[in-house]
Ligand binder design. Structure first.
Ligand code: ASP
Length: 361
């Protein structure tokens, strides 16, 4: 090789080096500019394994670690810088207030320690997802978005919805517009508030809806768009502090139906239930036998809240309910009224205060 060829080769090498260095700077600064999203894994179908690609039920929930989900989705790197931690890896039927408290405290600690975190994503089984979301809506102390996400189809299934749901949840958590909207449920390109969002289908991928009140927003290919925001107290506006709670009182839900007996309520009174939510027919109705027992419960200081099993509309205070000492659950779904009541009792609130929180949250 003559001197000129050596010189040309050297120049080419130098040029390639500059291009490579330039790209590196460009990739690094691009990544540094992106918001930081913290993902907490709790399990469910989104982290599940089935025996075949057509196993759509009878699969095993909570088998993949959250790091495997993130690794399998390199597209996340275009949306946010990701940090992830597996808190627990369970099917959501096994979720408990003890884990809820741990989740709330973890989010509160991370938010306090690291102002760089733009938002949080929580993976969860869909069965009780809305309960965890609602609990966190009442207890996390941050204005940054907390987005709860799951999947209707196992991670191993054909057309699994988990990866797109997770990608979209990160988009919401990274969005400036998602601030101050409390805890949200993001599934199937739709954003529901934790207060009203509820699972309305056993297998369809369009599982979550907010019935009367509708979606908060949507996640489309061009971005996250919000159309309304929660008006009730939540997160930094909430009075509840989980760190001060050490015990969860027993609070139950009793459904009413034609011919419903009262002895189940008698059993709950004997078992030390501190609160009972009536999942009533219509606007919070119960059978005569149940009504007698609810009166017996309130006479003993047990808080009874009437909600509606219809999933739509409000339960309002009336003369008969008032005479029985029963509180009206507004438009909270029975299992959501149960969580608010449990949190209120665990926080030491009395009956007038519980009546107030039913109007404010
Ligand atoms: N069995 C699952 C669970 O709730 C269902 C799901 O994740 O969608 O954990």
């Amino acid at each position: 090789m003559n001197l000129l060829s050596k010189k040309i080769l050297f120049m080419k090498l130098l040029k390639n080096l500059f291009i490579a260095a330039g790209c590196l700077v460009c990739v690094t600064s691009h990544a540094v500019d992106l918001p930081l999203v913290y993902i907490l894994g709790t399990g469910g179908t989104i982290q599940s394994k089935g025996d075949t690609r057509m196993t759509l039920h009878d699969y095993r929930a909570g088998r993949y670690d959250i790091s495997e989900l993130v690794e399998a989705l390199p597209e996340l790197q275009d949306v946010a810088r990701i940090e992830a931690k597996q808190v627990t890896n369970i099917g959501s039927p096994s979720m408990t207030p003890v884990v809820w408290k741990e989740l709330a405290e973890t989010i509160n600690a991370l938010a306090a320690e690291n102002p760089e975190i733009a938002g949080f994503v929580l993976t969860h089984g869909t069965n009780t997802l809305e309960e965890t979301a609602w609990f966190l809506h009442l207890t996390v102390k941050t204005d940054r978005p907390v987005v709860v996400v799951g999947a209707q189809r196992p991670a191993t299934a054909i057309s699994g919805d988990g990866p797109m749901n997770l990608y979209n949840a990160v988009k919401v958590a990274a969005s400036e517009d998602a601030r101050n909207k409390g805890v949200m449920i993001a599934m199937n390109q739709q954003i529901n508030s934790a207060r009203e969002g509820t699972k309305t289908s056993a297998y369809k991928v369009e599982a979550f809806q907010s019935r009367d009140l509708g979606l908060l927003g949507v996640i489309d290919p061009d971005g996250v768009r919000f159309y309304r925001e929660p008006t009730r107290r939540h997160t930094i506006f909430s009075e509840f502090s989980v760190s001060e709670i050490s015990e969860w009182p027993r609070v139950d839900v009793v459904e009413s139906y034609a011919g419903a007996p009262g002895d189940i309520i008698e059993f709950l009174i004997r078992s030390g239930s501190k609160g009972i939510v009536l999942s009533g027919h219509g606007a919070g109705g119960s059978s005569p036998e149940q009504s007698t027992q609810f009166k017996a419960a309130t006479d003993q200081g047990i808080i009874v809240i009437a909600a509606s099993r219809t999933g739509s509309g409000r339960v309002i205070q009336g003369t008969r309910m008032e005479e029985s000492g029963i509180l009206a659950g507004d438009n909270l779904l029975p299992h959501k009224a149960r969580i608010l009541l449990q949190l209120a009792l665990a926080s030491g609130l009395d009956k007038p205060a519980i009546e107030r929180i039913l109007e404010q949250y």
